[in-house]
Each structure stands twice: as C-alpha cells, then as structure tokens.
Design a protein around this ligand. Structure first.
Ligand code: ASP
Length: 414
C-alpha cells in the first residue's frame, strides 16, 4: 500500500481537487490518502476561534468560510443531493461548537474547532471520488490516531494507534482509504491536534503503522530545494536525501515537511517522496536511509529571531545547574532553542520572537541572571556548508556564530 498526503495548496479549488482525485485514481496500488484543510482554511478558522473564544463577533468570517466550501461543492458536483445534507450537518455542528467554549481552556477549544477544516476537505474529496466511480472508504482520524491531552501539541500513543490502524486496514477492502490529517482524539473522546502543519505527521504515522511501501507528500514545488527560492534565486532540487539530512533540515526550520515526519518513517525504513502535484511526471525528491558521499549545501533562513543573553550575577562560573534552570523554564513555556552558546559568565540562547513567552521567561529568570535581549535578528543555517558559503557580507552585525563539521549557523542583524 502507498500513502499519499495532500496539503492545502493541492486542494485549493474545484479544479485542484479534480487533479488530486485523478492522481489518486491513477495509482496502480491501494492508497491511503491523508488530506489537509483546503487552501488557507486553517488560518481562517484560527481567526474565527480567537474571536469566538474572546466573545467577539465572527459571523462574517464564518459566512465567508462556509461560502468558500459551498462554492467548491457547487462547482464539483452536478448533483449535490448526496453531499449537501452532510455538508449542512457539519456546518451546523461547527456553529454549535463555536458557541460551546465556556469553562474550557483556549487550547482545548482550539482543538475542538480546528479539525473542521480537514473534516470538510475530507468530505468533499470522499464524495467527489465516489462520484467518479472510484470507491473510497473514509476512516475518521479520531478513531485511529490516539493521543494524550496536550491540546494543540498532542503526543501520539503509538501502540494503541498502531492497533487501531491495523484493525481498520484489515476491515477495509476498498482500494482507496481517506483520512483527515492533523487531528486525533484523547482518551476522553475529545479532539486533539498534532501541532501546526501536522498532516504530514499524520501521514507518517499511518505509513509506519500500516507498514506502507512509501509515503508521497504532494506539493506545489518540484521536490525539496536546497534553499527557499523566494530568498535564493539559484535554489536547486535535491533529488536524494538521507533521513538524517532531512531531519536536520526540518529541525533547523526548512518548511518543506513537518519536523516530526521523518522519525516514524526512518524507524520503519519507509521511503518518503516529495513530488509535484502540478507535474507528477517530475522525479521529485526521495528521502531514505542511504547516506551519500556528495552532499548538497542547504540554506535555511529564519527571520524574527531573538537573542537572549543570561549573565551570571555573582561571578560563579556557568555550570550544569545554570543551564538546567534556563532550559527547564524554557521547556515549561514550550520555547524551542534554535541555537545556544555559553562562556564563563554568560549563556546566549537564540529563540523565535514570541513576545508573550519571552516576557514570562525573563520575568521568571531575572532573579538569577542579568538578562539582555536583542530582537529582529536573522538566523542563517547552512547544512553541508563549504568554505565558500561562510558569510562574507560586510555590513551585517554578527551576534553569534557556530560551526560543526557539517553545519554552520550565524545570527545577524542588518
Ligand atoms: N491544516 C493544518 C495546518 O495548516 C494541518 C496541515 O495542513 O498540515 O497546520
């Protein structure tokens, strides 16, 4: 069996959905398809969620979202008498759920709503496939992806999830299975989500638990490039990557696949293909266990970075406990470290510029350290760098620079 994952861009509109369904039907093997929300639906739902939670009006945004989906349905189906009642029912449930946010945390409320994007897109794809005579069996992600209750960043219960996936697979004799990405359910039956852009991860979970032959993530780019083409004009396709290289890239912020995607695939030796849904005849990128001699330098630029410098107050040297105090607090605030360097009397840490979290971190740690913050910086990471790559710009102020044998990082301001 193959696993295919389609993101929001690949499903953006009736024509795009037809193209996706053609790709699915063209497969000579059974396929398990994972879909994201259509286009920018998740971002729009996030806006609605914030308004609803804060008791502000959101009717206009909700209406636009409903119309967006209903226009696609009108365009796709000559006869919508089958899908329409189900669509209306889903919308009614969404409207009711948006009202039901009393006595709950924001994260829990967010997770009860955000999956409607994937739910609607799965409904449309399922009915469109069926209308083209392609039998398609829908399996709800909540029935197979079992998680803890960390809303917005849920962790998967692997053994339970594997059992559910294998059971569903054994009970299905359809050539095409369809599941919505990004969401799961906790033990109380509440919906959880796996973190932003989590549908890639759903696809990797399903591929690994069903021991699929491969996972293909269909994108609007020809494969994985060695830089963001909007930033580097000379960005080029990387045809083959090892799991290790791909994991490094996603960890340092390459946006092409979700960082958690690689591990379950690598553990089960399942190749990951990143291919273009615009031109599926292009070879794309293949990610597998093979390490190659020749390495392509890869450039990843992260903007809006903050450098926090923690200076020791009493001339005690930096030691393990000092690091522990800082890192423990960062972990409790869910702040990810993008870079770290220490000297005798100070520790420098690079993080994303998430103001409310930074404020809380500083408030807590100022008892132990004098803390200095620099904002608006850029972090350039070059994996497999060469001497030629090392930064040569004259008018940049370098705040922090680090090199290992394979990776170079520089934090700078203009
Ligand atoms: N729609 C969700 C998001 O944008 C999940 C996904 O597309 O992977 O984060």
């Amino acid at each position: 069996m193959l696993v295919y994952k389609f993101g929001g861009a690949s499903l953006n509109g009736a024509l795009a959905i037809k193209n996706v369904c053609q790709l699915i039907s063209a497969s000579s093997q059974n396929v398990w398809v994972i879909v994201s929300a259509i286009g920018k639906t998740t971002v729009k739902l996030e806006e609605i969620i914030a308004f609803a939670f804060n008791g502000q009006p959101y009717a206009e945004q909700l209406k636009a979202l409903i119309e967006f989906h209903s226009d696609i349905i009108q365009e796709l189906f000559v006869n919508n008498s089958q899908i329409d009642p189900l669509f209306q029912k889903k919308i009614k449930k969404l409207e009711d759920d948006l009202q039901a946010h009393k006595n709950t945390t924001f994260s829990c409320f967010y997770d009860q709503i955000i999956g409607y994007g994937e739910g609607l897109s799965a409904l449309i794809v399922q009915y469109y496939l069926n209308s083209t005579e392609q039998r398609c069996h829908f399996i709800d992600a909540g029935d197979i992806i079992k998680t803890d209750s960390r809303f917005q960043e849920a962790s998967v219960y692997w053994s339970e999830t594997k059992l559910c996936i294998q059971k569903s697979l054994n009970e299905t004799n359809s050539n095409v299975i369809l599941t919505q990405g990004f969401v799961g359910k906790n033990a109380d039956g509440l919906q959880t989500s796996l973190g932003k852009e989590g549908s890639d991860y759903t696809a990797a979970i399903i591929a690994s638990c069903s021991t699929a032959e491969s996972l293909t993530v269909w994108k609007d780019v020809p494969g994985i490039l060695n830089a963001d083409p909007k930033v580097y004009k000379s960005a080029s396709l990387i045809p083959i990557l090892s799991y290790r290289e791909a994991a490094e890239m996603t960890y340092f912020g390459a946006k092409v696949i979700h960082p958690k995607t690689i591990r379950p695939l690598a553990q089960n030796n399942i190749p990951l293909y990143v291919k273009s849904f615009v031109d599926p005849t292009l070879p794309g990128t293949c990610i597998d266990q093979h390490e190659r001699q020749e390495k392509t330098p890869t450039y990843i630029k992260n903007t809006n970075q903050c450098l926090l410098s923690f200076k020791i107050k009493d001339f005690q040297f930096v030691h393990e406990q000092t690091l522990h105090i800082i890192l423990e607090k960062m972990s409790s605030l869910n702040i990810r470290v993008n870079g770290i360097q220490s000297s005798a009397l100070s520790i420098s840490i690079v993080i994303d510029e998430h103001m409310s979290k930074i404020k809380r971190l500083i408030q807590y740690l100022q008892e132990y350290f004098d803390i200095y913050a620099n904002y608006g910086l850029q972090l350039l990471t070059i994996i497999n760098y060469t001497a030629r790559d090392l930064l040569q710009e004259q008018n940049l102020t370098i705040y922090l620079e680090q090199k290992t044998r394979s990776t170079y990082q520089v934090l700078y301001g203009e």
